[in-house]
Every structure is written in structure tokens, then in C-alpha cells.
Design a protein around this ligand. Sequence first.
Ligand code: ADP
Ligand code: MG
Length: 327
Amino acid sequence: MAKNEFDIINHYFAHQQQQRDDVVLAIGDDCALVDVPANYHVAISTDSLVAGTHFLVDADPAFVAYKALASNISDLAAMGATPAWVSLALTLPTIDEAWLAPFCHSFFELANRYNIQLIGGDTTKGPLSITLTVQGLVPRGQALTRSGAQVGDDVYVTGNLGDSAAGLALILNQSQCDQRLTKVLVERHFKAHPRVNVGEALRGIASAALDISDGVIADVKHIGERSQVAIEVDVEKLPLSAELLAFCDGDCQQAQQLALTSGEEYELCFTASKANRDALKMALAHTNVKYSCIGQVIAGRGLLLLQLGKPVSWKLSGWDHFVVTNK
Ligand code: ADP
Ligand code: MG
């Protein structure tokens, strides 16, 4: 029976995984030590999840672990980095083993799937929160940043968009549909797969990339801002799943609206030059992940939504106006 902080660390976090070859020293000392191969950068990202803000206090701990780690791994994927190491700062109100056991099971299952090793962290008492710092490796000069999009590039997304928002609406009882559909969409919300293999394949091909965490229209604007360009998105080209269309009773416009604003998709949005179309097709063929061109990079600033080839201004929750100033 775990009793104090050290018991928790020993029982739940230390020695839970096979040691990676590049880990010299993991949990147990003042710092972890890792080897970084020559000609690689370490890509580093931190995210916090706070109970009551990012998840419900009584949320399934297995889901909380999955969400915390998956969202961090997705940031590595968006950078074209290969996951390597993670540290976990965990604040718990009490030593609750009924919470810790499923949390750790889910955490290590996902960590092992992506070959990412827990190398350290901190365990404290207080309101429930989880902070992860993930680190990955990317060959020097090949990281996918947000700032490289060029006028004329195509804009792509992986997978389908909107399913996560539909799943969330079902979880929150804001919508209802049949059992089979509910199961599929709820699963899409809870178990999005970070696109690590796509990120790796896009090295040297994509001009800019990010992962979709706040909804594609909110996120794609970051590429526009950092690259000093405008982005045109053709709403008819948004990839919609059959399940999302069924959820919307075939109402395409409602499905497109969900696709534009659905957060926590963990799909990648990226730009690539037209000259790289064949290279892109070849590079992504082996990933078994579908990708769709949804628009292009144009001169100016901001975001332009097109419907049937004409600019539209949609009132979307949280997004009142879309202005593009073509310079
Ligand atoms: P320090 O007092 O040096 O900060 P701690 O007592 O906090 O050390 O932690 C002891 C060891 O356990 C360290 O190696 C630390 O990285 C690790 N550790 C603490 N909490 C966690 C956790 N939640 N997950 C993984 N490693 C942890
Ligand atoms: Mg500490």
C-alpha cells in the first residue's frame, strides 16, 4: 500500500517501462540524463491539465492520462519530432490509489506505443493537476515550424475533422444519436491518435505545420501569422467522416461548421508547395493516414473562407469575423 510521495514514485512511476538506449539515468536521481545524437535537435513542449478547467474533477483517470500525454505527443508530431522522453509533474489532493492505478496503466500504455520513456517528474499535494514536458528528436534543420508557409502553397489536413466535437456534444448530452454512432464518435473524442508518423514523413516536404487543438480555423491562423501570409480554406474540401454526416442528419453545413471549430482533433494541418505534391503522396503513402487539401496560402493577412468559390463570413462560436486584406 503506497503511503507517501516516495512510495508513490517507486510503486507507480519508477521501473514501469523498458529503458531506452539513450537514457543514461532515469527516475531516482536529482536529474535524468539522456544522450542526444549528433545532428539532432531536441524538441521540447509542456502542457498542463488542471481539474475543473481542462477535465472534470471526477473524469476517468485513464482518459485524463491519455489526454495529457496524447496532446503533448501531438505537439511533437506537429514539429516533425520523434518522441523520446517525458517528465510528469503530478499534483494530487490525496494519495488515491483507485485514481493512480488506472491513470498509470493508461499513461504507460500510450507511452510504450510511442516509445516515449518517463524519465522524471515531481509529485506534490494540492488541487489535481498534471503537467507534462515531452521531448523528442528531429534532425537538425528539419523541424516543421509554423513560419515557413509561402504564397501558392497548398494547405492540408490529416484524417477527418469534426468528429471530436460531435463526440464531446454526445458526452455532454447536448446531442443524441443511435448507440453505434455514439460509440464511434465518443471514442474519436477520447482516443485521438497523435500523427507522429505523418510528422516524421513531412520532414523536408511541408513548409509549415501545427496540430489542431483549438479548431482548424483558429489554428491555421497561427500559420498565417507566423508566416506573414493569409490562408484560404474551401469549406467544401473539409474532410468529413460518414459518422459526422450521420450525426448531423446529412446537414452538410452543420458538419462543416463542426469541422471548422472542433478542437482536440490532434490531426495535423500543414502547408506544402505544389512542386512537392508527388513527394508528399509518396512520403505519406506508407503512413496509412489520409490527407486532404483544404485550401491554399495567399498573399495578405488573416483567413478567408470560401464556399462554392465565393468568400463567406460565417458566424461561428467564438469567431465573429474573418477579414482578409490582400496587399
Ligand atoms: P527532488 O527532491 O530532487 O526534486 P523528488 O523527491 O521530487 O526529487 O523526486 C525523486 C525522483 O523521482 C526524481 O528523480 C524525480 O524526477 C522522480 N519523480 C518524482 N515524481 C515523479 C513522477 N510523478 N513521475 C516520474 N518521476 C517522478
Ligand atoms: Mg521534486
